[in-house]
Design a protein around this ligand. Structure first.
Ligand code: NAD
Length: 278
């Protein structure tokens, strides 16, 4: 029984491409997959950070990983990522669409232009959509088509609790700031993350007969030394009364990328300390 369970979660010899692989959660996804036996390609616009992270993972996990400078908003760059993956490892089995612009919230005091909805700059809208949605579309089109052609593979899209609920703008509020300048979670975050769920479902049915599964992970906020007042306001909205630890999505990532979830596609796995059920 134990052997059978181990086999279901085993990713030995599988190859995973992780976009935004040099970021906070991208590295954790890679750690998880490597601990289950996979080799990882950390694709990030910051090539140096991706290569440094890959070197650290190789040393820590005694396994294989590479960092590849990639702009997921550019189809040639994504095609180059697939080529480099195939050159290095000879195969690809898993795509994690993880990269997104992740503005914590826009603060005018930090010299940012207003990101309130009424005056949200079109340029920022285009940038956020390009990374979060167009990037996931291009990676799914180019790498996902390869998976479909070979008749097996997994796509995991990283959404957010804000794909399921609206941001509670009250938690970003600053006491001294006038209403028209109050910081907000930007509109693009909600739109990108809701769109990621749509992409997940679309690909699940589109490639159901090609052996490619497509699911979404729906994580809640990760604690990363955010402002204390903000953390208190946020955790008051979470039944567990705390934010996630960065390691708390690792088991789910292995589950969603392995045979353990073989009958699961088009689904969203919510891990949010209960925030969206309250
Ligand atoms: N951290 C959280 O609390 C949290 C909560 C819920 C969901 N998420 C989601 O998890 C994912 C990862 O979040 P994170 O906190 O690790 O973010 P992060 O900002 O630490 O990492 C994002 C990475 O994406 C890279 N990137 C940006 N533009 C790119 C491009 N054009 N091409 C390739 N790479 C690009 C960045 O260089 C960065 O390394 C995001 O989709 C985010 O929305 C995060």
């Amino acid at each position: 029984m134990r052997r059978e369970l181990e086999r279901l979660f085993d990713l030995s010899g599988k190859v995973a491409v992780i976009t935004g692989g040099a970021g906070l959660l991208g590295i954790k996804h890679a750690e998880a997959l490597m601990e289950a036996g996979a080799y990882c390609v950390l694709a990030d616009i910051n090539g140096e950070m991706a290569r440094t992270a890959a070197a650290k993972l190789i040393a820590e996990k005694s396994s294989r990983a590479i960092g590849v400078q990639t702009d997921i908003t550019n189809s040639e760059s994504v095609a180059g990522l697939l080529n480099q993956t195939l050159q290095e490892f000879g195969r690809v089995d898993i795509l994690i669409n993880n990269a997104a612009n992740n503005p914590h919230y826009a603060k005018l005091a930090d010299g940012l232009e207003s990101r309130r909805f009424e005056s949200f700059p079109l340029g920022i809208w285009n940038q956020d959509i390009a990374v979060g949605l167009t990037g996931s579309f291009l990676c799914s089109q180019i790498i996902g088509s390869y998976l479909a052609q070979q008749g097996q593979g997994v796509i995991l899209n990283i959404a957010s609790d804000l794909a399921l609920i609206a941001p509670d703008q009250r938690i970003y509020k600053e006491e001294e700031t006038p209403p028209e300048l109050q910081p907000t979670k930007p509109i693009t975050y909600s739109v990108v993350k809701s769109g990621i769920i749509g992409l997940t479902r679309y690909l699940a049915t589109y490639w159901a007969d090609k052996g490619v599964r497509s699911n979404a992970l729906v994580p809640g906020g990760v604690y990363a030394n955010q402002d204390e007042k903000f953390v208190i306001k946020l955790t008051n909205l979470i039944p567990f009364q705390r934010m996630a630890k960065p390691d708390e999505y690792k088991a789910a990532v292995v589950f969603l990328c392995s045979e353990a979830s073989s009958y699961m596609t088009g689904a969203s796995l919510v891990i949010d300390g209960g925030r969206t059920c309250w």
